[in-house]
Design a protein. Structure first.
Length: 373
């Protein structure tokens, strides 16, 4: 199923992206859910899938984490089942991410899906990430407040909420409506009917993650072995002093590592192309031989990208799930980065180069691309 957004992207980006929350009424016309509540509940029973149940009664909040064995204990109101990264586990749901590729792939994170019964929600809270919340089946009332400093509290150790806020958006969302919320705006959604909600979430690293990720890279590659040296050690009044020029030199040693363009780009590509959620990799058994891949593509079979797999291009460098992929066939790599479904035309003459075919075979045998049914 292909989803089409009725959205004026240039207008949206100029007026709302990272600036203001907005309801996009009927963002998806004639919306059809890619998943059923039963299928979602089934996914939350799987070990690999990250899920939680949030319920409340008279201001008392409960949170439990999947995998769940049964849902028999749940009543008919005031609970919500939330499942992370469903685009990794349920192929039809991953189609809901594609219309958002007007925004860069590296900024997109995952698709969280929630099922809520009347009264169900996670309470008023603030997220650090942009999100598009799509209303599927059912109706849910969403309130969004102004971005101001609000006191946070934990009504349950696993639940961070904010104090009540005045609404700048207060809307009953219907199937196909989309609520966009930039980071920092408090919001809460309460289901009016049994509801499915789809959250297309974004990621934006903070400097702590960047520094720590870069430090991992330095350690793995055994870089930064150069020691501080001072043949011109300056005199000082007191032996305990570390002088400002020494502070500068030490800082420059650190910045020097970050400022090596090749290493920085290699690290960034590896770092940013890694998914934050587990991938549903199923390497084919037995593995393909290159000529089998060649024949299948020539016969018209299509290769499909695994849901949640990140393929990122920086300059001429391509990164797939944390690894750089090298090939002189830039056109073929462009197609692999741009298209979710690939057919022989996408690869062009690259398919006649045995080294390209070996590389493609390795990616298919890793489970990153698979032949579409
Ligand atoms: C949801 O309940 O579907 C979304 C939760 C959120 O606002 O982050
Ligand atoms: Co939220």
């Amino acid at each position: 199923m292909e989803y089409h957004l009725t959205l004026n992207w240039p207008d949206f980006l100029a007026r709302y992206w990272q600036k203001r929350p907005v309801v996009l009424k009927r963002g998806f016309a004639n919306f059809i859910d890619p998943i059923s509540p039963d299928e979602l509940a089934g996914l939350a029973m799987e070990n690999e899938v990250d899920s939680r149940l949030v319920s409340h009664l008279d201001g008392d909040w409960q949170v439990s984490h999947g995998p769940f064995e049964s849902y028999d204990h749940l009543g008919e109101s005031n609970w919500s089942l939330l499942v992370q990264a469903v685009d990794h586990w349920h192929e039809p749901s991953s189609a809901l991410m594609r219309p958002f590729r007007a925004l860069p792939d590296w900024r997109i994170d995952d698709l969280m899906i929630s099922f809520s019964v009347p009264g169900g929600g996670v309470g008023p809270h603030v997220d650090q990430y942009d999100v598009f919340i799509i209303q599927g089946t059912g109706r849910r009332r969403w309130r969004v407040g102004e971005k101001t400093a609000l006191k946070q509290h934990c009504p349950h150790p696993d639940l961070l909420q904010v104090q009540p806020f005045d609404a700048i958006i207060d809307e009953e969302m219907e199937p196909g409506d989309i609520l966009y919320i930039p980071p920092g705006f408090p919001h809460e959604g309460y289901a009016l009917e049994n509801s499915l909600n789809y959250s297309v979430g974004f990621r934006s690293p903070n400097s702590r993650e960047l520094i720590s990720g870069f430090a991992d890279y330095i350690l793995q590659r055994d870089l930064g072995n150069q020691h501080y040296s001072d043949p011109d050690v300056p005199a000082r009044d007191h032996p305990a002093d570390l002088l400002p020029q020494e502070v500068d030199r030490l800082r420059d040693m650190m910045l020097g590592l970050i400022q090596q363009p090749e290493h920085f780009q290699q690290w960034l590509g590896e770092f940013i192309s890694q998914s934050r959620h587990e991938l549903d990799v199923a390497p084919p058994e037995p593995p393909y031989q290159p000529d089998e891949i060649y024949d299948a593509l020539q016969q018209g079979d299509m290769l499909q990208r695994l849901g949640g797999l990140r393929v990122i291009r920086i300059g001429d460098d391509f990164f797939v799930n944390g690894e750089k992929v090298d090939s002189p066939h830039q056109h073929a790599l462009d197609a692999m980065a741009g298209s979710i479904m690939l057919e022989s035309q996408h690869f062009g003459e690259a398919l006649d180069d045995p080294s390209f075919l070996v590389m493609l075979t390795a990616l298919v045998n890793s489970g990153y691309w698979f032949f579409a049914e």
